[in-house]
Design a protein around this ligand. Structure first.
Ligand SMILES: Cc1cc2nc3c(=O)[nH]c(=O)nc-3n(C[C@H](O)[C@H](O)[C@H](O)COP(=O)(O)OP(=O)(O)OC[C@H]3O[C@@H](n4cnc5c(N)ncnc54)[C@H](O)[C@@H]3O)c2cc1C
Length: 460
């Protein structure tokens, strides 16, 4: 069996490793457009901030470690076309030489590309994107050889915020986030929670310009002049565009693979496409949402690993199903960890639930033990059934925010009701938590809010 995988990042390498685990006789070849297989692009902001000193340390595995698993890597080769009738893929190397690679099963793991807003000047020197190692090297070069006095980041999703943090750590005196919406992390957090993040950004000297769509970037001497709606004007030394992603599906389309949600490749729960013997996984593919029960587009490293593993197993004869994503995420923004899982109230309402949310401020561990810090926990449940729908948590990044959002994520995975959160046997000692963990205290507060809202309805 010849398994060919196009793409050598989270999804592609996960597929390759799993295929070799379950079917060790499989001939696995991974075609990678660049020279950086299995690099953690999630680590790029920490390389730029200076926290990770050597970019080589960003590799999840070295080339030798991958090859030792019996996986053949074809680096610096770009796949251009798939012939599904004759089962081969045409690839071209850096020197422009073509090769034809035959396959029995194919996994497409071509990832995504950062969206470039179509305004004038989006390609000027000094205007950056951050998605690949090459992007990071370009930006590192800029920061090292022409240290900017100011930087403008267009977009305030989690990548924009991580870069804002990195630039401040790197000593850039003036950093501005320009965001089209009225809040940061618009698709991740509810507005009241986003406000906590915005306060943290301002506390660290970041200017947040909201409700502004950038319209152009022009060279002005050695600097860049930015114009936007509402008369926005700024002159800066570095611009980073972080406004989202579009799935890379050009290759898949040459085989007649169908695309759907936000242009991502349509796959079934076994990660199979509509074309026989072709699978897809990771940021190029749709994501089954466990609560919405439908395909969505949620490009995350966690999901890419899981989908890749399933595609790899199924490509060599398995029948595993992707269990679905809950959109669980955590991001460090200066001193805060910001996390969410499941649906926000606004998403839940759109999906036909009757959501009720309750926000609680609570100590992360017993207040008498030194170092206690406040967590802000927002729980969303269904008013009709009491079912847990989602949670958001913000707190100091050493306050075990990630562990706590993962408790909610695990509960959501098992369809737990908010009240049942109180039955879970969670750990406790005063330096870490309370006899009722903040997860449970916030569940209890939600239950009281739920009962009060039901009483109010009954009286009306
Ligand atoms: C700055 C940053 C921070 C992030 N932080 C987090 C985080 O903290 N947590 C999290 O869960 N996610 C995070 N992500 C998202 C995560 O990195 C992606 O979801 C994940 O890398 C997707 O993996 P992938 O394998 O699907 O695609 P990609 O990582 O995009 O890789 C695509 C691969 O395909 C190859 N390729 C593409 N086209 C071709 C072709 N035609 N021929 C040959 N090879 C091809 C590329 O060379 C590459 O190897 C972050 C992303 C960025 C950019």
């Amino acid at each position: 069996m010849r398994l060919l995988i196009v793409g050598g990042s989270d999804a592609g390498i996960s597929a390759a490793l799993r295929a070799r685990e379950v079917a060790p006789d499989t001939e696995v070849t991974v075609v990678v457009a660049d020279s950086f297989p299995n690099y953690s692009i999630c680590g790029l902001p920490f390389y730029l901030s200076g926290e990770v000193l050597d970019w080589r340390n960003l590799a999840h595995r070295t080339v030798e470690e991958i090859e030792r698993k019996g996986i053949k890597l074809l680096l610096d080769h770009t796949a251009h076309a798939i012939d599904p009738a004759h089962k081969f893929v045409t690839v071209t190397n850096r020197a422009g030489h073509n090769r034809i690679l035959a396959y029995d099963r194919l996994v497409i793991a071509t990832g995504a590309m950062p969206s470039k807003p179509p305004f004038e000047g989006n390609n000027l020197p000094g205007v950056h994107l951050l998605h690949s190692m090459a992007d990071a090297f370009r930006m590192q070069q800029h920061l090292t050889h022409k240290p900017p006095h100011s930087a403008v980041i267009v977009g305030a999703g989690y990548i924009g915020l991580e870069i804002a943090d990195a630039l401040v750590q790197r000593g850039v005196p003036h950093v501005t986030l320009v965001v089209r919406s009225e809040s940061v992390l618009r698709t991740t957090l509810s507005p009241s929670m986003a406000q906590v993040v915005e306060d943290e950004l301002r506390r660290h000297g970041i200017t947040v310009a909201k409700g502004i769509a950038v319209e152009s970037v022009r060279a002005r001497g050695s600097r860049l002049a930015i114009s936007g709606t509402q008369g926005y004007e700024a002159t800066t030394d570095l611009v980073l565009l972080a406004v989202g992603l579009r799935p890379s599906t050009e290759l898949a389309q040459t085989a007649g693979v169908i695309t759907g949600t936000q242009g991502a490749i349509c796959v079934n729960r076994e990660m199979a496409t509509n074309v026989p013997d072709i699978y897809a996984a990771g940021d190029c593919a749709e994501t089954w949402h466990r609560l919405l029960n439908k395909p969505t587009y949620l490009p995350l490293g966690t999901t890419a690993h899981k989908q890749g593993r399933i595609a790899g197993e199924n490509a060599v004869g398995g029948r595993r199903q992707f269990a679905g994503s809950l959109g669980t995420q955590v991001v460090k923004v200066f001193d805060l960890a910001v996390a969410r899982t499941g649906l926000r109230e606004e998403d839940a309402r759109g999906a036909g639930f009757d959501p009720l949310s309750h926000e609680l401020r609570v100590w992360d561990h017993k207040a008498y033990y030194p170092g206690a810090r406040e967590l802000c926990v927002r729980v969303t449940g269904d008013r009709n059934t009491g079912r847990l729908l989602g949670a958001q948590i913000i707190g100091h990044w050493r306050s075990e925010v990630a562990k706590r959002i993962d408790s909610f994520a695990t509960a959501l995975f098992h369809d737990v009701h908010v009240e049942e959160m109180n039955d879970i046997d969670l750990s406790y000692a005063p330096p870490f938590s309370s006899p009722w963990d903040p997860v449970q205290m916030s569940a209890q507060a939600w239950v009281i809010a739920y009962q009060n809202s039901s009483k109010k309805e009954n009286t009306l």
